[in-house]
Design a protein around this ligand. Structure first.
Ligand SMILES: *Cc1c(COP(=O)(O)O)cnc(C)c1O
Length: 388
């Protein structure tokens, strides 16, 4: 007899890995309403608070008025509406690339890009902590995968040595895949060293800047901040985190982008995002790289200082992602539950999102948090943590 879904759910519950959706009756801002109660949200990726920015909302509305609600079909079928093209030009310019392509999500970008560029016989080398979208794309591509321990440059080097030997005499590709800011740990990859290695061995580099765009340096990302944009073959990111909207992008050479337009299945076989979203993204990205963005990044940084100075167990990272590693899923769920009772939404991040026994609370800060909201979190953590 085929297995009963209820048995599978029970197994998840037994392992404290069962997940359920929580309905929210308010915008995704720092203060949330759940079942009529108010909570402070420390779990969003809206690092600059742009999801609620009035100028971006106005641009979205005028985009709707001008272009309508839906986009009709995929961009190869119905044509590319002008705002998509403008947005891609802007992204390519900021990332110092010849061209860019936008997708309906970062997930679709990762899967569509990797499967279009890699196939059986190619070799993909990924950091152990790469996001699920990168892993799924890598698996789906049919290429050979090699994983190196998180940020372990020696192991990356030995995988590259092996890969170069393995594909010699073929026209195979080697692609290194990493994030710039890691999504669950908030730390950075050693991009200078990775770029040196990729040059040495003639590999390509795909850098996922999902959590760096809007955050690192001038907001453009780590490759730009370290002046390495020219050496990163594929700069990926999302408009759904610090940009506050939705959609993903890939910036690269003209020929790679043309190849994606021809081969990337998540681009070809998916309806274009509404043009209004692209209009809003144009406004948001311009705002993010301008003075207002700079001011918001400074605000976020002050908030990070306030929290990390007060709570020893939370180490400062290079980003607004501040993991509080707890250990078992059960303990992480307990702490998250206690914080929820105190009025904070900070979900526990458990296996398989993070390794087993590294369950954590992933606290994210935004420029939109007030000092008072952070003080309240500090008091609550000071009360809950020593007893653990
Ligand atoms: C969130 C995320 C994605 C996916 O982006 P979406 O726009 O949310 O689909 C890809 N890569 C990383 C590292 C992410 O954190």
């Amino acid at each position: 007899m085929s297995r009963d879904p209820e048995d599978e759910l029970q197994a998840l519950r037994n392992d404290h890995l069962f997940r359920k959706l929580r309905t929210i009756d308010s915008p995704q801002q720092t203060e949330l309403i759940i079942d009529g109660n108010h909570f402070v949200n420390f779990s969003s990726n809206d690092y600059l608070g742009l999801s609620q920015n009035p100028d971006i909302i106005t641009a979205y509305k005028s985009g709707l008025d001008q272009w309508g609600a839906g986009s009709g079909a995929s961009r190869l079928i119905c044509g590319t509406q002008r705002p998509h093209q403008k947005l891609e030009h802007l992204l390519a310019e900021l990332k110092s690339c010849e061209a860019a392509l936008t997708f309906s999500s970062g997930y679709a970008t990762a899967v569509g890009t990797i499967t279009a560029l890699a196939k059986k016989g190619d070799i993909l080398i990924l950091d152990k902590l790469c996001h699920a979208s990168l892993i799924d794309g890598a698996r789906l591509s049919g290429a050979t995968l090699r994983i190196y321990p998180h940020n372990d440059i020696d192991r990356l080097n030995s995988h590259l040595l092996w890969a170069v030997d393995k594909i010699s005499d073929t026209d195979g590709r080697i692609i290194i895949i990493t994030e710039s800011v890691f999504s669950m740990d908030g730390d950075l990859c050693p991009l200078n060293q990775i770029v040196s290695l990729k040059e040495k061995y003639g590999a390509l580099l795909l850098l996922d800047e999902a959590h760096a765009f809007g955050v690192i340096g001038k907001g453009i990302g780590l490759a730009d901040d370290l002046d390495l944009a020219d050496q990163v073959d594929l700069q990926m990111g999302t408009l759904s985190k610090a940009i506050g909207l939705s959609g993903g992008y890939l910036c690269s050479s003209r020929s790679i982008i043309d190849l994606l337009i021809n081969r990337s299945r998540s681009f070809i076989y998916s309806t274009a995002p509404p043009a209004a979203t692209a209009e809003a993204a144009l406004t948001a990205v311009n705002l993010m790289v301008g003075d207002e963005g700079k001011h918001l990044r400074a605000r976020a940084q002050a908030n990070i200082q306030q929290l990390t100075t007060a709570i020893d167990q939370i180490e400062e990272t290079s980003s607004p992602i501040l993991p509080l590693i707890v250990g078992s899923s059960e303990e992480a769920m307990d702490l998250s539950g206690q914080l929820f009772e105190d009025g904070f939404l900070i979900p526990a991040i458990r296996y398989p999102t993070v390794p087993r026994n590294e369950a954590r609370l992933r606290i994210t800060l935004s420029a939109a948090h007030t000092g008072e909201q952070i003080s309240r979190l500090i008091s609550s953590l000071a009360k809950l943590l020593p007893s653990r």
